[in-house]
Design a protein. Structure first.
Length: 370
């Protein structure tokens, strides 16, 4: 393996200034001083941040009917870490671990679905039909055996999955998460349960994904009271995650919420087979939409680096750590984009990933949408 020295970059998203050059030894570790014989890579004045992290993807390819290959979400598009958001429940988690998590160069973590079968046949065979679809003891055992890669519990708390069972599965998932000492990621959308019922059971560290969905009776913009409730729980430490997806991001909801001071904790894609060719495409396009909605550059970077990385157990890469960076530019544009509801807008600025750096490897990266 070849040692590397990265030069001519603009550091962003770091609590500690990495300096004018970054040195990576032949083992892929960041070191304080130049390494003899290292290859110098001039980054041409591009931004360099901690590696981009996508907190909501579906990459149990072959294990579910909607998952994409992890390669489609990762380093080739500037992403060095990702979390599969509930594709697998306890019954098949060993397969997700062996065939995806342990095979990828990126860091891959997972939220374990409270439904034992996971999202094997998405919405056609819901994973939470009734109590027979949840095995608490086996779920707890899988968490204990895989604590190095499981970063939370996932529940899809919307009517197409839970039917008349309503808030019940979310309450079970919350209790399991509490027993495990892990955060709960809860998918919100169409009722039942009602979104305020879900908000009422969440505590600090839990994650609301699809926070800017525009589904009537399932959106934070339905009433002023719901918007205030969303702000209140966010203020108490509940984390709002974008989770764009095929049905869960609305331009107007995002713009209004951000305008009222509700800043998402994390910006994620919910990439899967039904949205990778549009409207989502990739993390770069998604974060560009959030900048269009009113986030600052710094808020965007925090939402795709520091915050989601913290949930995955990843800190800011520093001396002694494996090199883990994304190199990107921000370019002027006039590009048509859509949200999940079929509304159209145009991006005036776009994030363009150029490289992902993991260890000694420097991968070429690009946007999927060109």
């Amino acid at each position: 393996m070849t040692a590397r020295t990265l030069t001519n970059f603009r550091a962003i998203g770091f609590a500690r200034n990495p300096g004018a050059a970054l040195h990576i030894d032949a083992n892929g570790r960041i070191v304080a001083a130049p390494v003899a014989g290292a290859e110098t890579i001039d980054l041409g004045g591009a931004y360099l941040s901690p590696g981009w992290a996508d907190l909501h993807v579906h990459v149990w390819y072959g294990g579910t009917d909607i998952s994409v290959r992890a390669d489609y979400c990762g380093v080739s598009h500037g992403v060095t870490a990702m979390a599969d958001a509930g594709s697998s429940g306890e019954a098949a988690f060993h397969g997700l671990r062996e065939y995806v998590i342990e095979k990828q160069p990126e860091t891959v973590k997972a939220f374990l679905n409270i439904g034992s079968i996971g999202i094997v046949a998405c919405n056609r065979v819901p994973e939470l039909v009734d109590l027979r679809f949840v095995d608490v003891d086996r779920t707890l055992a899988v968490v204990e055996a895989n604590r190095d890669v499981i970063c939370g519990i996932k529940v899809r708390a919307s009517g197409v999955i839970t039917g008349a069972w309503g808030i019940g599965p979310a309450k079970i998932a919350k209790r399991v998460a509490e027993i495990c000492g892990l955060p709960l990621m809860v998918h919100v959308g169409e009722p039942l349960p009602m979104i305020d019922e879900v908000f009422a059971i969440l505590t600090e560290g839990d994650i609301v994904t699809h926070c800017f969905n525009g589904k009537r009776t399932g959106s934070i913009t339905d009433t002023p009271a719901l918007m205030q409730m969303a702000k209140d729980i966010a203020g108490s430490g509940v984390r709002m995650d974008v989770g764009h997806g095929a049905a869960s991001y609305n331009f107007a909801v995002a713009q209004r919420a951000i305008g009222e001071g509700l800043i998402p904790f994390s910006i994620s894609t919910d990439l899967h087979q039904n949205n990778i060719d549009g409207p989502v495409h990739d993390l770069a396009t998604t974060v560009s939409k959030l900048m269009m909605a009113g986030l600052t550059l710094e808020q965007c970077i925090t939402g795709i680096t520091t915050n989601p990385r913290s949930v995955m157990g990843l800190g800011e890469p520093g001396i002694g750590d494996r090199a883990d960076f994304t190199v990107f530019t921000i370019e002027d544009a006039d590009e048509p984009v859509s949200d999940s509801m079929g509304n159209h807008s145009r991006l005036s600025k776009v994030f363009l990933p150029k490289h992902a750096v993991l260890g000694t490897e420097v991968y070429a990266a690009r946007r999927r949408k060109t």
